[in-house]
Design a binder for this molecule. Structure first.
Ligand code: PLP
Length: 403
């Protein structure tokens, strides 16, 4: 069976050129980048080239890039790191930790990835105040709401660039201006936008930005945090002197080299127009062929590769399984937690009911998605939805009552 993969927001395949660049560092050039002999120096040189390549992707300087284990670590580091660094030592000596934490406030959005939301929630348990800004029906936060939420204790604004479920792109340049005026650090989770949209940290006035290699054709388990020079950030991990002691641990040389190469390729990619044309064809095709469907968040600026479609009357999980059996991979707007299917917090935040959220599917295209694959999806999905709806008496009743 020829399988069609429309789940690139979950992960991407390592690009052949990326793999070729990595392979020597898994065998012949296996040195530890911290060693001073020739093996080590070759690894060090490769790591530093990759740092330049990643920096170039976002308009940063190489010394502002710290490699991490992925997007989750980069998000944790940015958020915990700012809060910890801005606790002043005289206060620490004189007060209990909860009292100190109360002096801090973070602004974020209600549709962030769990890597940001759960980090903020962990800090709330320590007494940090967090504002979770609401979004509109398209998943956009209002820059005015950001401005209004700022208090004198605000130490960080963290707002994702592109949402993983909807593809919605936030007005970062405007939020960045507000953060700068208020002299508050500004972080973005750019895990879903890197490689899909141009990013310029200076134009967006960012102090911190998280990246993850496996979302743009590098391997899993490698990421990076951009830290603007001069930003006060506490390190998360303690150990050796790697990455100037700021992020210790023997460097994942092959992963770093892969991420560098992937960043270089992403910077060159002219794919956006081609991918968004295919995405639009898929979206329009599904909306016209499947009755009673709706595209979630589709009126906002979006990443070119993502569409999120609601198919009333079906359970998303059941549809994902039915599509998988027919060779099409996509994903639901729901996460399985402790045995129950929870509706996605992103889809409920844009105003969908839990049933509507559970009936929504995300299709995310990639660099190698073809028109033939989209045509196949346009045959498979309508047929699978029809079949599942026929098995859902409640849906049949609802449609009869409506029409
Ligand atoms: N942030 C966003 C928006 C994501 O979509 C993801 C992964 O899905 C992450 C963070 C976590 O990245 P990683 O898988 O590299 O830890």
């Amino acid at each position: 069976m020829n399988r069609v993969y429309l789940d690139h927001n979950a992960t991407t395949a390592v690009e052949p050129e990326v793999l070729d660049a990595m392979l020597p560092y898994l065998s012949g050039e296996f040195g530890n980048a911290a060693s001073i002999h020739t093996f080590g120096q070759k690894a060090r040189a490769a790591v530093e080239t990759a740092r330049e390549q990643v920096a170039a992707l976002i308009g940063a300087r190489p010394q502002e890039i710290v490699f991490t284990s992925g997007g989750t670590e980069a998000d944790n580091h940015a958020i915990f790191g700012v809060v910890a660094a801005l606790v002043s030592w005289p206060v620490i000596r004189s007060a209990n930790p909860v009292a100190i934490a109360h002096l801090k406030h973070i602004i974020t959005s209600s549709i962030e990835h769990e890597a940001v939301l759960n980090t903020c929630q962990a800090l709330e348990k320590q007494g940090v105040a967090v504002t979770y800004l609401l979004v509109d029906r398209n998943g956009l936060i209002s820059p005015t709401a950001v401005r209004r939420a700022i208090r004198k204790e605000t130490v960080l604004i963290t707002v994702m660039h592109a949402n993983n479920e909807l593809g919605t792109v936030q007005a970062l340049a405007e939020i960045g201006r507000i953060a700068e005026e208020a002299d508050v650090y500004f972080h973005t989770d750019a895990v879903q936008s890197a490689g899909k949209l141009p990013i310029e940290v200076n134009a967006l006035r960012l102090d911190l930005l998280s990246l993850s290699g496996h979302k743009f054709y590098a391997p899993k388990g490698i990421g990076a945090l951009y830290i603007r020079g001069g930003t006060r950030l506490q390190q998360l991990l303690y150990g050796g002197h790697h990455q100037r002691g700021f992020r210790p641990g023997t460097e994942n040389v092959a992963g770093i080299v892969g991420m560098g190469k992937a960043a270089e390729l992403a910077g060159k990619a002219e794919d956006a127009a081609r991918i968004s044309a295919l995405r639009d064809r898929l979206e329009r095709g599904l909306l016209s062929r499947v009755p009673h469907t709706r595209a979630n968040g589709a009126s906002a600026p979006r990443t070119p590769n993502t569409t999120n479609i609601m198919f009333p009357g079906i359970e998303g999980e059941a549809l994902v399984i039915a599509l998988d059996l027919k060779g099409l991979a996509c994903s639901t707007g729901a996460a399985c937690s402790s045995g129950t299917v929870e509706p996605s917090h992103v889809l409920t935040a844009i105003g969908l009911s839990p049933e509507e959220a559970r009936a929504s599917l995300r299709f995310s295209l990639g660099r190698h998605t073809t028109a033939a694959e989209i045509d196949l999806a346009l045959q498979i999905v309508p047929a699978a939805v029809k079949q599942l709806r026929e098995l859902a008496p409640s849906y049949r009743k609802e449609i009869v009552t409506r029409s």
